[in-house]
Design a protein around this ligand. Structure first.
Ligand SMILES: Cc1ncc(COP(=O)(O)O)c(C=O)c1O
Length: 490
């Protein structure tokens, strides 16, 4: 029997934070509608419960012989194996290791590893749609970064064009060390053809690093085992906090032969075999050699638990379900007068996942996000989403007119207020009701734009603030009060 529909239905409503109540500017207390999953997803209860149960046995994985140490070590190992099989990476060829709190730490690490693996190749190709975390680490560690322009697909820049990418590969031919590409844009949600890009990269002797921050929770990934091995991925990085386990680490999956060819980037306890005062030898086994220090054991175990749940539902099934929701949202939002959606909105020619970024003509992104929060209890993100070049390229004409050179524009405070978008983003727990609420909220803002605008002012930091509605965050929740109350109850 196919359990996917049942599991999906049960799990969708089993997240912490779906019932959080806030009082809106109109005095009504309503449930928060969380449409900021691209920034961070909510906590999957099954994973939370798994971590909580594990705490009964918590111990350091570097301890050896007591019961809890063995339990921790075994489950921590399982977490690595579980993730490797989730992304279809052959454990003989790939290692999984945890690093930092998100994708950023992993990308910095891979940039240094790839630099040292092919030291005579000094150029890195990144697309113009990358998050800063998949751009700046390559600039800092790996050499000269070339930004591959995007296609003017259907009148809106937004997509990778393989012909343009090939031209860039041709231009720098033997100098290109690797291509660093996001699997899914955190701005438009556009899905990139990473396996085609891998094939191209490998034909030119380059490696490929996939930024999977927006992929892992939303669509299937296949690291290797393609009928054409050129389509295999050399390294993938993603974030646990975007994969339904806030507080869990970043994940790196990388070819073992690359990692084994050099001393690990980070050294310390847990990754060495013999240490003398004048020398040391590094452990050969993975993941130990890549994980110096005591790791975030509960976070890693919780993440693997969430991934196990996603796999039991079926990630293809989840992808189809989310695609239907996003398609519906796109179709409704694009019909609203004065709304601009960024990137190609035809999902059959340009598949998307997780994010939709938009603006309402004549209203600043910050004002729209504030109204969505204050009057509709809808949590969205606004501004440039750590992808300045991509966002600015898509909005530049609207805010400064055509024919301007983006690099020469000074984004002063006034322009910053205009230069941005509103992003609604979805996760496994997002529902048709959420989409309906967003669509009717946007319609409401368009209809009452003047009324709403009069209720807000810009503060000195450039944020829109309500003139009279001023909720105090500490009254809504504070750890300090929580601990005080907790102690009183003891
Ligand atoms: C595509 C993409 N790459 C990288 C990152 C950075 O991830 P983290 O903040 O987990 O390091 C993000 C975060 O939003 C992202 O969306």
């Amino acid at each position: 029997m196919d359990n996917s529909p049942k599991y999906l239905k049960d799990i969708q409503s089993d997240f912490i934070g779906l019932d959080t109540l806030y009082t809106r500017a109109d005095g009504k207390k309503t449930k928060r509608i969380y449409l900021d999953s691209t920034a961070s997803t909510l906590m999957m209860k099954a994973a939370y419960n798994a971590i909580e149960s594990f705490y009964d046995h918590y111990a350091n994985t570097h301890s050896l012989l007591h019961f809890s140490a063995k339990i921790a070590t075994q489950n921590y190992k399982w977490a690595h194996d579980r993730i490797l099989s989730f992304v279809k990476a052959d454990p003989n060829k790939y290692a999984c290791f945890f690093t930092g709190s998100g994708t950023t730490a992993g990308i910095n690490r891979i940039a240094r590893i790839f630099r040292d693996f092919q030291p005579d190749r000094d150029v890195v190709l990144v697309s113009l749609m990358e998050h800063h975390s998949n751009d700046l680490p390559h600039r800092k560690h790996a050499g000269k970064v070339v930004h591959v322009p995007l296609d003017d697909h259907s009148g809106q820049p937004g997509c990778i064009n393989l012909e343009i990418l090939t031209e860039e590969l041709e231009k720098n031919k033997d100098r290109i060390n690797y291509i660093a590409m996001t699997g899914v844009s955190n701005v438009t949600g556009i899905i990139n053809p990473i396996y085609d890009i891998a094939e191209l990269a490998h034909k030119y002797g380059a490696l490929i690093l996939v930024d999977g921050a927006q992929m892992a929770a939303h669509l299937p990934i296949q690291m290797n085992g393609h009928s054409n091995p050129l389509r295999d991925i050399d390294a993938l990085v993603f974030s646990g906090h975007k994969t339904y386990v806030p507080g869990s680490p970043g994940v790196v999956i990388c070819r073992k032969d690359i990692l084994s060819s050099m001393e690990p980037e980070e050294v310390g306890g847990g990754m060495v075999d013999q240490v003398h005062v004048d020398r040391y030898t590094i452990l050969e086994q993975f993941p130990d050699r890549e994980e110096a220090g005591t790791p975030n054991i509960p976070g890693a175990i919780g993440l693997a638990a969430a991934i196990d749940v996603l796999d039991k539902i079926g990630i293809e099934f989840i992808y189809e379900d989310e695609t239907a929701l996003i398609n519906d949202a796109l179709n409704h939002i694009k019909q609203i007068e004065h709304v601009i959606i960024y990137g190609d909105t035809n999902c059959s020619t340009c598949p998307r996942a997780a994010s939709i970024s938009f603006n309402i003509r004549g209203l600043d992104h910050g004002l729209v996000a504030a109204i969505l929060n204050d009057y509709h209890n809808i949590a969205v993100r606004n501004a440039c989403f750590c992808a300045h070049p991509y966002v600015k390229e898509m909005i530049i004409e609207e805010i400064v007119g055509s024919g301007k050179d983006l690099d020469k524009i000074d984004f002063n405070d006034e322009l910053k207020i205009k230069a941005g978008m509103v992003r609604a983003s979805f996760g496994i727990y997002s529902t048709q009701d959420d989409v309906n609420a967003l669509v009717s909220a946007i319609k409401d803002i368009v209809a009452k734009r003047n009324e709403y605008s009069d209720l807000y002012f810009l503060d000195e930091t450039g944020n829109y603030c309500h003139k009279t509605f001023k909720p105090i965050e500490a009254d809504l929740f504070s750890v300090k009060s929580f601990i005080n109350e907790y102690l009183q109850k003891l």
